[in-house]
Write a protein that binds this ligand. Structure first.
Ligand code: G6Q
Length: 551
């Protein structure tokens, strides 16, 4: 029996209909229940999670947690944490949580204790970071590194680039980070222009070390380096002094010219989009130092323990996941917005797009059957308050239902004066989205204007805000490596919860794999320089136009 036929699902459907028939209104819900805020908020360490401005009541929460129990969510969480091969289509364990486990308690995958490997690799990263910071490991001409360039894409780029930016305040000041991901030559060329080869360290980050974009960019960087630096007999020291790699494919790294001791490993039980906690995060460690990197891991570990051991009703990722299910499957919400009111977190929506949509953008369940219900939301967002001056119009006044996560920090890293203004916007928006503005208020506002009655009547509907728009507020004490670690892990687990309820494999990405194969065939055809006729007429026509257009 599929989830949509279950008793728990059906009860939620009829409960949603009841709420709709009763015209459930958030403002009324607050007015008639003085405990609503306390009932629907959770405090975990420095994170305050207020979900009281959502279209729910106590019955909703009960029915949603019943749904979670009906799919044995608790056992599924345990299976994941203990290293069961829950990524069934790739026959892999899913153990990004092991990457931040500080205790030595063993976790076995194919009878190997992964925790020993994780701790050993972390120590190796630490030693390397120190050797760069101390000026022991230097460029081939003996100069200290000033810039690092992470060459990677997708999971080997988005996490490190988001976190490096988010933790910019905590930079040790030794190095400046650059990220090159796109195969569009503009990305690497504009980056190289800013760099001095003598003081640049490239990090080739690729789980497979075969990804077209990454390998193309890495080769271009190597060529640039060899052209710019004084010639060395066999070029060995130049490549090995300026390139390190993070990969599961050691042999390919060696073939590229990277010294084996400068290859940082991770393992196939770490999914790309969950890999920032592994050596893929070496650029983070190089920028903020190992102490801060370990603190990032500790924050994530704290969230792991909260997720694993807290009853569903007080469990932030479980509640987040269930709220998403509620809106997507029962209220037909197509999208989910995430608005960080913190400039450092500007890239968070981009990062979460991959995490959520690549994990749960599926239409076949783990029994290999097609499913009829929607899964991952279309996730989008941008930093507040900038977003208020652009797409908030649609959130306030369009016909769409858009649940939003508002994220902010009580204490600024820079200016308390600015923070007050920022946070007053953060609070005002969720209140306004809930309250709306009724006809009476608009009429009062227009009372003193010179407009005629007819003109006023025409204008009034445009100025009315229906309100009753759901939001969740995540207010955190301060942006630190630790709280950021917790925040990211919180979203990882939210996605896990939803994947379990939807009965899908959140840990494969065949859609992305397809993209990796498709272009290769056409590249070979383009290289042949003759007209193409073996595709559909549009694809043939476009490729041939491109051949004609080449200067
Ligand atoms: C992430 C995806 C994908 C992957 C990139 C890069 O979960 O699998 O985004 O990270 O395609 O792959 P490589 O690290 O193998 O270069």
């Amino acid at each position: 029996m599929g989830i949509t036929e279950s008793e728990e699902w059906k009860k939620l459907e009829s409960h949603k209909n009841t709420l709709e028939q009763e015209n459930f209104n958030l403002l009324n819900a607050f007015n008639t229940d003085s405990e609503r805020f306390n009932r629907f908020s959770i405090e975990f360490e420095d994170i305050f999670f207020d979900y009281s401005k959502n279209l729910i009541n106590s019955e909703t929460l009960k029915l949603l947690t019943d749904l979670a129990r009906s799919v044995n969510l608790h056992d599924k969480i345990e299976a994941c944490f203990s290293g069961e091969k829950i990524n069934i289509t790739e026959d892999r364990a899913v153990l990004h949580t092991a990457l931040r486990q500080s205790s030595g308690n063993p976790i076995y995958v194919s009878s190997e204790n992964v925790i020993t490997k994780v701790h050993k690799e972390l120590d190796k990263i630490e030693e390397f970071v120190e050797s760069v910071h101390e000026g022991e490991f230097v460029g081939s001409t003996g100069k200290r590194f000033k810039d690092i360039v992470n060459i990677g894409i997708g999971g080997s780029d988005l996490g490190p680039s988001m976190v490096t930016e988010a933790l910019g305040y905590y930079s040790t000041g030794h190095l400046k980070a650059h990220f090159v991901s796109n195969v569009d030559g503009t990305d690497i060329m504009t980056t190289l222009k800013k760099l001095d080869p003598e003081t640049t360290l490239f990090i080739v980050s690729s789980k497979t070390f075969t990804t077209q974009e990454t390998m193309t960019n890495a080769e271009t960087a190597k060529k640039w380096l060899l052209e710019k630096l004084p010639y060395d007999e066999n070029n060995t020291s130049m490549v090995s002094n300026h390139f390190i790699a993070v990969s599961t494919n050691v042999q390919a790294c060696v073939e590229f010219g990277i010294n084996e001791d400068k290859i940082f490993k991770f393992w196939n039980w770490v999914g790309g989009r969950f890999s920032l906690w592994s050596a893929i995060g070496i650029s983070i460690a190089l920028i903020v130092g190992m102490k801060n990197f370990r603190s990032l891991l500790a924050g994530a570990e704290a969230m792991d323990n909260h997720f694993r051991y807290t009853p569903f009703e007080k469990n932030i990722p479980v509640i987040m996941g269930l709220l998403g299910i509620w809106y997507i499957n029962f209220w037909n919400a197509e999208t989910q917005a995430v608005i960080p009111y913190d400039h450092y977190l500007s890239k968070l929506p981009l990062y979460l797009q991959q995490l959520d949509m690549e994990s749960n953008g599926k239409s076949v369940n783990i029994d290999s059957e097609n499913i009829s219900y929607h899964t991952a939301p279309i996730l989008w967002g941008a930093a507040g308050t900038n977003a208020q001056h652009s797409f908030f119009q649609l959130i306030h006044q369009s016909t769409r239902l858009i649940p939003i996560d508002f994220i902010s920090f009580a204490n600024s890293l820079h200016s308390a004066e600015h923070q007050k203004i920022l946070l007053s916007n953060f609070f005002a928006q969720t209140e306004a989205l809930m309250r709306g503005k009724d006809r009476e208020t608009v009429e009062k506002e227009l009372a003193k204007s010179d407009l005629s009655k007819e003109e006023k009547n025409k204008l009034i509907p445009h100025k009315i805000f229906k309100g009753n728009k759901p939001t969740t507020s995540i207010l955190i004490n301060k942006l630190t490596p630790y709280t950021l670690g917790s925040l990211i892990a919180m979203y990882e687990h939210k996605i896990f919860v939803q994947g379990i309820i939807w009965h899908i494999n959140s840990f494969d990405q065949w859609g992305v794999e397809l993209g990796k194969q498709l272009a290769k065939k056409i590249l070979a055809e383009i290289d042949s320089k003759s007209y193409i006729d073996n595709h559909d007429s549009s694809t043939n026509g476009l490729i041939n136009k491109y051949i004609d257009m080449q200067l």
